[in-house]
Ligand binder design. Structure first.
Ligand SMILES: Cc1cc2nc3c(=O)[nH]c(=O)nc-3n(C[C@H](O)[C@H](O)[C@H](O)COP(=O)(O)OP(=O)(O)OC[C@H]3O[C@@H](n4cnc5c(N)ncnc54)[C@H](O)[C@@H]3O)c2cc1C
Ligand code: SF4
Ligand code: SF4
Length: 426
């Protein structure tokens, strides 16, 4: 096939999926490469999305289904870009498609094979709030709805025991221990980098006590507690599995000083937390402690206005960097300077950190092999106001260039696809 008909999209979040579908509609063949076993990116970790409180799964699931059914799109999960040579119009790319050890065509996603597996490991997709087995899907509703086996933990694949329990349980014969990693060599006319973001390790933020005090949570931990497909099926409970929080503080801009920039969405999503927490925990009191408020869209401003009126008390701090969390019996004590720089204290059961967005792990290696530059914060460098990277034929979309919301990520995908189609026409 002519390379001008084929485009490589790296990362299957909302930006990568939307770009893939648009390219397919334009008659292009797409290889969508995702390093995780599931597609969908970070949006599927959130139960609902601002500004309309749309159910995120309902928003993303139809897009995921379209991707998986589209004959023009080859989805490569648990896969990695290894090498890129050539130039715009004809990049030669080597890709590793890791063995899943489960035949996607034969598996019906019934889930019978996980409970029998004797090996457990923390489920980091679920923020370590639950465990998963050596054969697993990350969460209920993962797409593709097919488990994957971790070869380093599986007793049979790592050679420590002759275990065959999952294969014996699967009446569809879908487990395939003979699968091998595959090296694929393909040519592409252009590449879109849509590798999204990660969040700062909250343990490194001084004075906030994450990892030390059980009552301190990150935003993604709360997303998973709120989500109906999360570890508690949407029930808000503290880590002991019993206590229900009566007072909750949301700490804005957690880690902004450490990363050196505003993370764009973390003033808006706390409005969503206040909305759902007050619905799920009758009588709960929510306090938002903030130093700045940034709402880059008129709908977000309105949402915040409604939240402040009805759902949460907003407390301005003249210097958030001086905010300190400590433990006092089974409560958290939050000390902070108020608007007039006067010392204030607040006792709560739970503190939620709106943690800064960072470049995803591995972006440095990927940008090196793509020979594109990163900006001073480590995100992919784009020309000002553009989706062009520093190399012809390679474009960027979504949070790969820095923190942004869903709608702006999708707009960038449209721009990148537009640039590619124009480049191919010239
Ligand atoms: C706590 C929180 C709540 C939020 N709530 C909202 C909200 O309510 N509304 C809203 O509009 N926005 C919200 N956002 C922002 C929203 O999540 C992003 O706008 C959106 O996820 C960006 O999509 P993306 O495709 O660019 O990146 P991602 O969703 O991060 O997807 C990137 C994908 O690329 C994959 N990947 C990374 N590196 C590689 C690699 N080297 N090779 C292959 N694959 C790779 C990742 O595994 C991932 O699947 C929130 C953000 C946070 C942190
Ligand atoms: S591998 Fe078999 S048992 Fe496991 S989910 Fe698929 S069909 Fe069900
Ligand atoms: S063979 Fe591996 S994945 Fe399957 S049940 Fe045993 S340890 Fe788990």
């Amino acid at each position: 096939m002519n390379p001008s008909d084929k485009i490589l999209v790296i990362g299957s979040g909302i930006a990568g999926m939307e770009a893939s579908l648009m390219l397919s509609k334009a008659g292009k063949k797409v290889y969508l490469v995702e390093r995780l076993p599931l597609i969908g990116g970070n949006v599927i970790k959130t139960g609902e999305s601002f500004p309309n409180m749309d159910c995120s799964t309902c928003l993303v699931a139809p897009i995921q289904q379209l991707i998986l059914q589209d004959k023009n799109i080859t989805v490569l999960t648990v896969s990695k870009v290894e090498k890129v040579i050539g130039k715009a119009g004809n990049f030669g790319v080597s890709l590793t498609k890791k063995a899943r050890y489960v035949n996607i065509a034969a598996c019906l996603g019934c889930g019978m094979c996980y409970p029998v597996c004797p090996v457990s490991q923390p489920n980091f997709w679920e923020q370590g709030l639950v465990e998963k087995k050596a054969i697993y899907v990350e969460c209920a509703g993962s797409l593709p709805n097919v488990p994957v086996i971790d070869p380093s933990l599986c007793l049979r694949l790592n050679g420590s025991e002759e275990c065959n329990l999952c294969a014996e349980t699967c009446i569809f014969g879908a487990i395939d221990f003979s699968e091998k990693d595959e090296l694929l060599e393909e040519n592409f006319a252009a590449i879109i980098v849509a590798t999204g973001f990660s969040t700062l390790d909250a343990r490194i933020i001084k004075n906030l006590g994450y990892g030390k005090f059980a009552g301190v949570y990150t935003a993604y931990e709360i997303e998973r507690l709120l989500a109906s497909n999360g570890p508690t099926e949407g029930v808000i409970k503290m880590r002991d599995g019993e206590r229900i929080p009566e007072k909750i503080a949301i700490i804005h801009c957690a880690g902004r000083k450490e990363v050196g920039y505003c993370s764009n969405v973390c003033c808006s999503y706390p409005s969503r937390y206040a909305h759902f927490l007050t619905e799920k925990v009758p009588g709960v009191k929510i306090f938002d402690i903030y130093g700045d408020l940034c709402f880059p869209d008129k709908a977000y401003q309105k949402l915040n206005y409604e939240t402040r009126k009805e759902k949460a008390e907003y407390l301005f701090s003249a210097d958030l960097e001086k905010l300190e969390i400590s433990e006092e019996s089974d409560k958290l004590k939050i000390k902070y300077p108020d608007a007039g720089n006067q010392h204030k204290e607040l006792l709560v059961d739970m503190a939620i950190l709106a943690v800064a967005i960072t470049p995803p792990a591995g972006l440095e290696d990927l940008t090196e092999l793509l020979e594109i530059e990163r900006d001073k914060y480590g995100f992919v460098k784009a020309e000002t106001g553009s989706v062009n990277t520093t190399r012809d034929g390679i474009y960027v979309a979504g949070c790969a260039t820095g923190p942004r919301d869903i709608q702006s990520s999708v707009l960038q995908s449209e721009a990148a696809v537009g640039q590619i189609l124009r480049f191919l026409q010239d």
